[in-house]
Design a protein around this ligand. Structure first.
Ligand code: FES
Length: 574
């Protein structure tokens, strides 16, 4: 904030003459059609990420209207501004490459614009992480409003939802079990309303994490995009933003603490949420000067039951989670289960989680939000692996894989990069059995670049048509939160950074031991040394954002943030 100055009087453009700067700004407010009453009230900046290129955010204009209404009701002035908007299917080569750019856009706008508090409209996978990262670095009072999940569709009596069922149906069509005409009929039902993917994928997981960290009003993450409650939630957020503006707190840096990050890890495990959230949480923690401890995430997983029966781990969808009580009901079960959820942390309405849960409607649906003693799957949702193939760690969504593959040893079949994978995976002459371990490299933060969601390698067609549904797959890439399988992800260091993944050859034995949390390349050290002598780092882009990305991005365990944006070098103050 600019000293004691508030609203439009703050952050005056620097001309060397403050009086002139204020005069000019006032003149331009008049040019914008604003009378004098626009000044002197708490000024709430509303970030509109609506875009024709982002169908998930199609309801952003209505949300802006509702937030602005709430701001005005509480005596504030709403002012709307845009930033980059990212959609998973409209960003080449991958939206992850642009997450840090969106976070910089958000941060710099929150630093540059006159405002007393901000409300950020996010939803599609990378948007909420980018916005939280930017808000934490700018450290102005901020609230988050998610666009909310889609409703499900129905095809031949079967409920469908994006994108878990998109992958399943595509897989069936690819192997000839579903005709093209049936696929086209089902396609109309995969995304039947506006909103984000309605399984517990990355968008839903990150909305829940925003809520648990205290950026989103309690209960907000799960309200369907087209439910009238979504507009009431937006209106209430606008009202609450005025209170934040008036009080000047809490600041994001006060919300993101070791305790709230630990709560977020617990929530992620209980949701059976997206593996992408591990990367985003590491980046969010990094902006607050904290480190996400992967081993602690694994330990939390061991004591946190998977309670949320949503796809891709479970059966149902976000609208069912909302009807079942939403995130506060899930947190109530966690607190009852005595797993160590810290109820003293702050929510977006200013009360503690313990107080919010105490007053939350006491009914919840135990078939969707399970009691702590009756988890959806035995064991934890996300496990962290270490070993000779991933010295700095890797993750696997244990709850969404074939149990028989948890302990598996097999020969490697290596794909050099995404192009090699696309070229050969369906080759009828590919020498592959279901015991093989499929390895994809050069698909990490630097190598791809941008760490695309390519880690869930398709089952080779010659095996898929024989009914093989799951194989061990290993990569330095990510996987969609809506995907499933025995998929080892985020291998670090990545191949392009010289990690051991770069040294694997076809036929090398690889052992996956999820119970022992190990992923090992069973090749002698001397052999690897010899191979390393023949390895050379890939050429990096020479200009623009791609250059900045390749030379500044950190590895997966640190959140793939830019090294110059994190605050981990600062002392933690919680
Ligand atoms: Fe936007 Fe899934 S593509 S949330």
């Amino acid at each position: 904030m600019n000293g004691a100055k508030r609203g439009f009087s703050s952050r005056l453009t620097r001309y060397g003459d403050e009086g002139f700067a204020a005069f000019l700004r006032d003149s331009f407010l008049r040019a914008g059609g604003h009378g004098p009453e626009v000044q002197g009230r708490p000024l709430i900046a509303i970030c509109n990420t609506g875009s024709d290129y982002n169908p998930c955010h199609a309801t952003a204009p209505q949300l802006v209207e509702a937030i602005a209404r709430g701001v005005a009701q509480a005596g504030g002035t709403p002012f709307v501004f845009p930033t980059i908007s990212l959609h998973e299917s409209f960003a080449y080569p991958t939206s992850m490459l642009l997450r840090n750019l969106m976070s910089m856009d958000t941060e710099e706008m929150l630093r540059a614009l006159p405002l007393d508090a901000a409300v950020l409209i996010g939803g599609c996978d990378k948007t909420i992480p980018a916005q939280l990262m930017g808000a934490i670095s700018a450290d102005v009072p901020t609230l988050s409003v998610a666009v909310g999940p889609m409703l499900t569709g129905t095809h031949r009596g079967e409920r469908l939802g994006a994108c878990t069922d998109c992958r399943r149906l595509w897989g069936e069509a690819r192997t000839g079990r579903l005709s093209e005409s049936e696929l086209a009929l089902a396609q109309d039902e995969l995304m039947p309303t506006h909103g984000t993917c309605m399984v517990m994928g990355t968008a839903s997981t990150m909305a829940c994490i925003s809520e648990v960290l205290g950026f989103m009003l309690p209960g907000g993450a799960s309200i369907p995009a087209v439910h009238s409650g979504r507009l009431r939630h937006a209106e209430a957020t606008g009202q609450r933003a005025v209170a934040l503006a008036t009080g000047g707190r809490p600041l994001p840096s006060q919300l993101v603490t070791r305790s709230s990050i630990r709560n977020a890890c617990m929530t992620l495990q209980a949701l059976g949420g997206s593996t992408n959230a591990v990367i985003h949480l590491a980046a969010i923690a990094g902006r607050a000067g904290l480190a996400l401890d992967l081993d602690e995430l694994d330990e939390i997983g061991k004591i946190t039951p998977v309670l949320c029966d949503l796809k891709p781990v479970g059966r149902v969808y976000m609208q069912d989670f909302h009807a079942a009580g939403g995130l506060p009901a899930l947190l109530r079960e966690l607190m009852r289960g005595g797993v160590g959820f810290d109820g003293d942390t702050t929510t977006a309405n200013g009360r503690t989680w313990a107080e919010v849960i105490e007053d939350w409607p006491d009914w919840s649906d135990p078939t969707v939000i399970r009691p702590a003693g009756d988890p959806v799957v035995p064991g934890q949702a996300i496990s962290v692996l270490h070993g000779s193939l991933a010295p700095n760690g890797a993750v696997i969504k244990r709850a969404a894989m074939s149990g028989r593959l948890q302990s598996h040893e097999g020969p490697a079949l290596v794909f050099e990069n995404l192009e090699d994978l696309a070229r050969r995976i369906d080759d009828p002459d590919l020498e592959v059995t279901e015991d093989h371990v499929l390895v994809l490299r050069n698909a990490g933060p630097i190598g791809a670049p941008g760490m695309p969601e390519a880690g869930s390698l398709p089952i080779p067609k010659k095996l898929a048509v024989r009914g093989v549904r799951d194989m061990v797959r290993i990569s330095d890439a990510r996987m969609s939160g809506t995907a499933y399988g025995a998929v080892v992800l985020h291998v670090s260091p990545e191949a392009a950074a010289g990690g051991p993944l770069a040294l694997v050859r076809d036929g090398d034995r690889i052992r996956l031991d999820v119970p022992g949390r190990r992923i090992d390349l069973l090749v002698d050290e001397e052999v690897l040394w010899a191979r390393r002598g023949n390895w050379s780092a890939p050429a990096l882009p020479t200009r623009g954002y791609a250059r900045l990305y390749a030379t500044s991005v950190e590895q997966a365990e640190l959140g793939c943030d830019f090294d110059f944006l994190t605050a981990r070098h600062l002392p933690a103050d919680d």
